[in-house]
Design a protein around this ligand. Structure first.
Ligand code: RB5
Length: 119
């Protein structure tokens, strides 16, 4: 069965979220889109908490968040027990966040990372 990966953004990360959902499907994962459904202005915390909650409770082993800088999403997600949300702006950072920090939520700074690199 495909791993279900919760994914969410705010308005700044919306476009990237849509692209990454497709990328995840191509790689055999099942993205669970927790919003938003458009690029209308939103508060990042409203979308960070549902993803973090799933990881915190063990409902999902890992999740993906994105906002403009990655910072707001990481602040909100890291308030949840057992969540280790890491902002990664390059593949090497993402790899190290797994190997050295056991990160379980990937946070992408959508305004500072290209879509190809994010993928
Ligand atoms: C939204 O403009 C921006 O502030 C937000 O995406 C994020 O960067 C917050 O941390």
């Amino acid at each position: 069965m495909a791993e279900r990966i919760p994914i969410a953004s705010d308005h700044a990360g919306f476009e990237l979220k849509e692209r990454l959902k497709e990328a995840l499907r191509r790689r055999g994962y099942e993205p669970e889109d927790l919003g938003p459904s458009s690029d209308a202005s939103t508060d990042y915390a409203d979308y960070a908490h549902p993803v973090a909650e799933r990881v915190s409770t063990g409902a999902a082993p890992r999740g993906i968040l994105m906002c403009g800088t990655g910072l707001g999403m990481s602040y909100a997600a890291n308030r949840h027990p057992h969540v280790r949300a890491a902002v990664a702006w390059a593949p090497e950072i993402a790899r190290l966040s797994r190997e050295h920090n056991d990160a379980n939520v990937l946070v992408l700074p959508a305004r500072f990372v290209g879509a190809d690199e994010a993928e």
